[in-house]
Design a protein. Sequence first.
Length: 324
Amino acid sequence: MDTDAELDRLYRVPPEDFVAARDDAAARARADADTDAAREIAAARRPTRAAWLANLLVDDARDEVEGLLALAPVLAHAQRSLDGAALREVSAQRNRLVGALARRAAALGRAAGARVGPGVERDVRWVLESALADPDLADRVRSGRLERYERHSGFGPLGETGSAAAGLTPDADAPRGDRSPQPERGGRSRDGDGELAGRRRDARREAEHRAAQERERREAERHAQALAEAEKAVETARLAAHDAGRERDDARDRADRADGRRDDAHRRVDELTAELERARSAAEEADRARDEAGRAARDAAGRAERAEEDLARAEEALDRLRSD
């Protein structure tokens, strides 16, 4: 099994499907007798939703992400030099890139079928902004296997310990080869001395063999017990992590739904505000039309009154002419 390719695939699986996909991949590795791959895959941790989106983003737009991360030394230099103009320029560039990449990551998550609310998109922005200030985090982002972006998540690197060698080193009293037996005082024969020395060597070798077997048995028992305890601890921790992750995901889902309701309410407020503005504009237009119509009516009434006066004068003149 190609472990790297399998891990890359896993970190692009939606977080809610990660555990099942990881366990299936580890089981396939064990079935292939690839214990190293099974161990490495089983140790993979489910990413947060924001980390998952960052992984999708790196996979889809690596050059753009690298372009953003390349601003880190430029931004740091501007901050150290206290160059206000340069700092404003690079900060504006950073904000544009971070915003565009966060929106792209959110779109990738939605395309994968996930609900991505403003809160999660904001978390992605924090991931990218934090990576600009933290080179280690930037490397984890580049890897495409980000699990979480907190600088100190409570899980530090495990130091390597030396393997125990008790019971595995050669015994200091091991046989060191045959020696010519020395005759004992009292006249014992050379053949008798050799036979006695041979029996002693055989007895010593047998005792050493039994002691080595006992050491191996005890070491195997200790190893088996330690392995069983470690497997139990891993399973307990895995169940606890699964439960905690489910509670966290449920809380995030509730937060996303709340974000959605808030966004809907804001959109409704915007719609009502726009409708109110249109109504106000219509009312103002009606007022203007009413004023214009009033002025036109008053002008027409004046003209009518003057016309009636002209008519009366004309009739009077006509009557005078007739009477003459």
